[in-house]
Each structure stands twice: as structure tokens, then as C-alpha cells.
Design a protein around this ligand. Structure first.
Ligand code: ADP
Ligand code: MG
Length: 434
């Protein structure tokens, strides 16, 4: 969705004017980096889109049908917020919950209250969306891990997974990497780039570091004192433009550093352009297509190899046949390998749902026990001997049933986990043979 700011101004309740007459047209699918010194108005600007702060004048058009001004509320505002996800520098995740539960929380805002209470009742499709968002951010192996055990970069990727689980059209990120070390920062920006390129989400990200903006953005907007002072493509950035944004703060950001960032940006661009080209075939949200795509590639490589071999062994049909067999063998192993990887994905999802079943059974037992205990205590207080005896017999009766259900579910979970282990062994064997 495109976002068009038209003469937007914002004055905070204390009278401070933080945005002055902002005019800005952001195209659908664009990756915009908003840069500027602390206090220049970056956070304020992005928070006007989902109306975290209401603007004082002007308006913002979002897509064709959505519209923000100082009075926007009700259904219009809900629709805007539904289409927009926002993440912050830190504290986007709940450390005591697992990756899955954190991402699940993102979907809650999308479903009716009667399903969202009690921790949420989710449809199969929603569970799949949660798993996919986790997979897209490369967090599948950590799906059950409590978020507090993850690195800062991984935590931000959990936040991103939660942000995209509702399939938003717009992602706003307020200094999402400023609390991270360099490697984690690049990692998170790469993930944001994937969301932008592969899902076509329009991105505005506030960044403190100009080099990151050059490396990842399609367009750099520089702010100073609540105004837009620079609007440029990364390749056209100059020390003079930076001076407009930062004043004398960056005098030591020399043209050679800009050049180095641009060199990396060009390399990135090359990489992403191949992703774009393959987008139809290689979208991260389409497992089946991905699998088919990989197989087509394997077959294509094989056919190319055969052509080369034909040429190479023109005069020696025996050598050609031997080489052809070898190549065929290699291709078969490769296809088998990808089939197993595909299987692995399905097995993991299955094990995941078995784990949930097991947890639920344990929960049910606890709840039943609690209820019966409460009744028992009440009966004991009343000294109602008949009732006490009755409750005790119910307890005796129920316990083995609940236990056997837990055992059964646990057994199913173990079976599912064993299937994963077997699949893993097969993958290792094939790897060895390749
Ligand atoms: P940035 O994100 O670029 O650091 P901000 O958008 O947070 O800048 O802030 C822009 C200006 O608005 C700053 O001078 C800041 O002090 C002021 N400001 C931010 N929030 C408020 C507020 N709630 N009330 C009054 N002034 C604020
Ligand atoms: Mg800020």
C-alpha cells in the first residue's frame, strides 16, 4: 500500500511542534529509511500512520481507501491498524513465553473476542500462519524455546514474525536494530528486507546509522527538526546531504565510507534482484511451490550436465554412458534429499500439534483436580460425609482416566519426535552419499 502524507503537522499537547508541513509520497512496496539525529521527529512521523499520536493538521492517505486525519476513528482506524504492523527498538516480545506463543499473540488482534479469550482458540489455518511466520524468520528450530533464552537479534526476529503473522501491507519499525550489535543488526535488517521483497510489504524503518540505510533502503529520507531536509536514493547520498541532516555531527563520515556502503548496497541489490526475478516461483510463503521450484532446478542442472557430457564424450560412447549414470545417480540422490527435507517440515508441524495436545491434556487434569479439590474442601467444611465420599470416589475414578489420556498423548508426541529423528538419520545418510 502506498502512503501519502499531505501537509502533515503535529503539535504535542505541551505545545511542542514536532512535525512541520510534511509532504511525502511513499510508493507501495518501497523500503524507506528515515534517518536523523535524536529528536528530529522520526518516531513521531511513523506513529502518525496508525494514529498512535493524532496529527494536528493535514492528512495521510493509505492505499486507495484508507485515510487518516485528526478525527479518524472507529472502523476506519481499525482497518488502518489491521493493515499496519509496528515494532520498536526493544521490548516487543514477552520473555516468559515461547516463540510460538509470542507470534500467536500477533493474531489475537485479528480474531473475535470469543476465540481470543482463554489463550485463544485457533483454526488450523491460523496455526499454519503462525508456523509459517516463524519459519519465514528462520526460527523454526526455536519454536518451543522461551524467548528470554534468545539473542537480541533473534528476539527482534520473533517480533517481526509476530508483525507479519497478520499479513500487513505496511511495516513500520522504530529503530529496530539500535539495541543490537553489528551482526545481529544486519541479520534483522536482512529479515526486514525479505519481508519487503518477498511479501511486497511497504516498509518505513527509522535508523540511526546511515551506513545501514544505504545498504538496505530503496530511498533515504532525512529529517531535521521536524522537517524533511533530504529525500534521495542511496546512490546519490553525499557528505553535503548528510550535513543537512545531522549538522556537524557526522563530519567524519567521509565519502570513502559512503562508497564502501554503496559497494555493499550494490552487492545486496544484485542478490535481491535475483530474488525478485524468482519471486513467482520462490515465494517464502509457498512451501509446495518452493519444493517444485527446487526440483525443477535439480532437473535443469542435470539436463545441462548431460548436454555437456554428450559434447565431452562425443567419440567415446562407453565413457558417456558411465558419466551419464553417475550424473543420474547424483540427481536421484538430490531429489531424494529434498523430498526428505519436505517431509521433515511436515513432521515438525505434526510434532508441534502433538505437543500442544499433550500440554492440553496435562492442563485438563490440573483443572479437573482443582475443581474437585475445591468441592471436597467445601464438603469437608460442611461435614457432609455422603458428599465427601462421593467426591473421593469421583477422584479415584477420574485420575486413571486423565492419566491414561496424558500418557496416550505423550506417546503420540514421542512417536512424532521419533519420526523426526528417523527422517534426520535418513537425511544424514543421503548427505553422506551426495
Ligand atoms: P526521534 O524519534 O527522531 O528521536 P521524536 O519523534 O521522538 O524524535 O521526537 C521529536 C521531538 O518531539 C523531540 O524534540 C521530542 O522531545 C518531542 N517529543 C516527543 N514526544 C513528545 C511528547 N509526548 N510530548 C512532547 N514532546 C515530545
Ligand atoms: Mg525515536
Amino acid at each position: 500500500m502506498n502512503i501519502k502524507f499531505d501537509k502533515v503537522s503535529l503539535t504535542y499537547p505541551n505545545g511542542y511542534k514536532a512535525l512541520h508541513n510534511i509532504n511525502l509520497d511513499i510508493k507501495s512496496g518501497e523500503f524507506v529509511a528515515l534517518i536523523g539525529s535524536s529528536g528530529s521527529g522520526k518516531t513521531t512521523l511513523i506513529s502518525t500512520v496508525p494514529k498512535i499520536w493524532p496529527i494536528s493538521a493535514g492528512n495521510i492517505e493509505i492505499g486507495k481507501h484508507l485515510y487518516v486525519d485528526r478525527n479518524t476513528k472507529g472502523r476506519m482506524l481499525r482497518r488502518i491498524r489491521k493493515n499496519t504492523s509496528i515494532i520498536f527498538q526493544s521490548k516487543n516480545v514477552i520473555p516468559e513465553l515461547s516463540v510460538y506463543d509470542n507470534v500467536k499473540a500477533g493474531i489475537l488482534k485479528d480474531i473475535p473476542w470469543y476465540r481470543s479469550s482463554y489463550g485463544g482458540i485457533f483454526t488450523k489455518n491460523e496455526k499454519e500462519r503462525i508456523m509459517r511466520a516463524i519459519d519465514v524468520m528462520g526460527l523454526l528450530p526455536l519454536v518451543y524455546t522461551k524467548v528470554r533464552y534468545l539473542s537480541g537479534g533473534q528476539q527482534q526476529r520473533v517480533a517481526l514474525a509476530r508483525a507479519i503473522v497478520t499479513t500487513p501491507e505496511i511495516l513500520l519499525a522504530d529503530e529496530p536494530v539500535s539495541a543490537l550489535d553489528v551482526i545481529n543488526a544486519e541479520n534483522v535488517l536482512n529479515s526486514i528486507k525479505r519481508i519487503n521483497k518477498e511479501l511486497g510489504v511497504t516498509v518505513i524503518v527509522n535508523l540511526h546509522h546511515i551506513d545501514l540505510a544505504i545498504k538496505y533502503a530503496d530511498r533515504i529520507i532525512g529529517m531535521n527538526d521536524g522537517r524533511i531536509v533530504v529525500d534521495t536514493k542511496p546512490k546519490d547520498i553525499t557528505p553535503a546531504k548528510l550535513k543537512k541532516i545531522y549538522g556537524s555531527e557526522v563530519e567524519d563520515f567521509s565519502s570513502s565510507e559512503i562508497k564502501e556502503s554503496l559497494r555493499i548496497a550494490a552487492k545486496n541489490e544484485k542478490y535481491w534482484s535475483t530474488v525478485e526475478k524468482n519471486e513467482q516461483e520462490y515465494s517464502i510463503l509457498r512451501y509446495k511451490e518452493v519444493n517444485k521450484y527446487i526440483k525443477r532446478q535439480v532437473n535443469k542442472r542435470h539436463n545441462e550436465r548431460i548436454d555437456n557430457l554428450k559434447e565431452k564424450h562425443k567419440d567415446d560412447s562407453e565413457a558417456y554412458l558411465a558419466a551419464k549414470n553417475k550424473s543420474q545417480n547424483k540427481k536421484d540422490k538430490e531429489l531424494q534429499f529434498y523430498d526428505l527435507k519436505w517431509e521433515e517440515r511436515k513432521l515438525r508441524e505434526k510434532a508441534f500439534s502433538k505437543e500442544l495436545d499433550w500440554q492440553k491434556a496435562k492442563q485438563r487434569k490440573l483443572e479437573t483436580e482443582k475443581k474437585l479439590n475445591e468441592k471436597l474442601i467445601k464438603a469437608q467444611k460442611k461435614k457432609d460425609k455422603e458428599k465427601i465420599a462421593k467426591i473421593k470416589s469421583i477422584q479415584k475414578d477420574k485420575e486413571p482416566k486423565l492419566n491414561s489420556k496424558i500418557d496416550l498423548r505423550k506417546q503420540k508426541l514421542e512417536e512424532a519426535n521419533n519420526a523426526i529423528l528417523n527422517n534426520k538419520k535418513e537425511i544424514e545418510t543421503i548427505r553422506g552419499l551426495r
